[in-house]
Design a protein around this ligand. Structure first.
Ligand code: QUE
Length: 363
């Protein structure tokens, strides 16, 4: 029996606690397979008015997906009758994100501490995202030869100007004030008040309006000002430099800026997988015009294509296993990445149609 996630019903509240603190609550397939059916049951149960998700351990909400296990599984043969983890994992994770996106009832994430990659997938798609002063968040996948998935193709293009391209390509970390400005956070609440918020949700009178309105009013009564967003200072430069449709043109624009920020940003991009950068920019431009469900299908294709490429295993090795932070990318330069290879990552796949049509919420 896995204790990596706690599932409880407290009166009108379904409560999910990610409880794998030694791995910063990184989301593995076992956790996904316990959370998804519980959300399904809560969606159908009229007595449950809202769901809260939080992380245990005080350091992280969720540091991402279990990319380490996926990478470790890639070389090993799969027993007959089983499907490979790389397929089950991403179908499971994106299927859970999709369930949250279409949940219907209030889904309230307490995003407190570290939230990266898969952590945004478990929070962004809900109706309410409570962020605290302890929040640090990022989409760091280009550092491991992957791409900003879990709906990054849907939420990054919705950030102001070119901020989504900047954050998705560079993996830059941002804070709670940034989250509020970008629209990741819907309410800023002090860390010390989270237990009181949960208690107030449990004892709330849910008959005074729609569950969404009751939740919004209750959270607003705890909310404080997050202050000015540090990222906002860079908005004009980000918009100048990240508007291009080719990564090479973004680097040229950064060179022309001649500022410390632009040089640091150039240096950051130079450390990322060249293939990841080109795939990610194309993902963000393509997905801008798509519905969320269409974005999930594109991202599933990319997850399968990029995990087949050498940069994914090399990135996991350099960042999460050996931690030498010196990946040897292949191809090693942007010039060597062929357009046809980028294009091929977006090709339809036989197992594309894995998304269920969620049943409507009741109650
Ligand atoms: C990019 C990523 C991830 C990452 C670092 C990156 C990611 C992920 C983790 C992670 C961090 C701490 C853990 C853990 C996993 O780091 O997806 O198990 O304890 O899960 O640069 O995409």
């Amino acid at each position: 029996m896995s204790h990596d996630v706690l599932l409880e019903t407290r009166g009108p509240i379904g409560l999910v606690t990610l409880d794998r603190p030694r791995a910063l609550n990184a989301l593995d397939l076992g956790m996904i397979r316990r959370i998804h059916p519980q959300l399904e049951a809560w969606a159908r149960e009229p007595a449950v008015k809202a769901v809260v998700i939080r992380g245990a351990g005080g350091k992280a909400f969720c540091a991402g997906g279990d990319v380490r296990a996926v990478a470790a599984s890639l070389g090993t043969p799969v027993p007959e009758g089983q499907s490979p983890l790389v397929r089950d994992y991403f179908q499971g994770e994106y299927g859970l994100n999709h369930r949250i996106h279409h949940f219907g009832k209030p889904y309230i994430a307490f995003v407190d501490g570290i939230s990266m990659g898969g952590g945004l997938g478990l929070s962004f798609h809900g109706s309410h995202r409570v962020v605290t002063e302890r929040l640090t968040f990022s989409m760091p996948e280009t550092a491991i030869g992957f791409f900003p998935d879990v709906g990054g193709g849907w939420f990054l293009p919705r950030f102001p100007g070119e901020m989504g391209a900047y954050l998705g390509l560079t993996g830059t970390r941002a804070n709670a004030a940034d989250a509020m400005w970008l629209g990741y956070g819907t309410h800023h609440v002090e860390h010390s008040r989270l237990d009181a918020v949960l208690e107030a949700l449990v004892s709330a009178d849910w008959s005074t309006g729609s569950a969404q309105d009751v939740t919004t009013r209750l959270l607003a009564s705890f909310a404080t000002d997050a202050g000015p967003a540090p990222l906002r200072a860079h908005q004009p430069a980000v918009d100048r430099c990240f508007a291009a449709d080719r990564v090479e043109d973004i680097l040229t624009a950064l060179s022309a800026e001649g500022t410390e920020w632009a040089e640091a940003t150039r240096a950051t991009l130079a450390r990322m997988s060249p293939t990841s950068l080109k795939v990610t920019l194309r993902q963000l431009r393509t997905c801008r015009a798509l519905s969320y469900d269409e974005v999930v299908r594109v991202e599933y294709r990319l997850s399968q294509a990029l995990t087949e490429r050498p940069d994914f295993r090399e990135g996991i090795r350099a960042v999460l296993v050996d931690k030498d932070q010196r990946p040897r990318w292949s191809p090693a330069t942007l010039a060597e990445v062929r357009d046809a290879d980028v294009e091929a990552c977006f090709a339809p796949r036989a197992d594309d149609a894995f998304l269920p049509s969620p049943a409507p919420a009741r109650g």
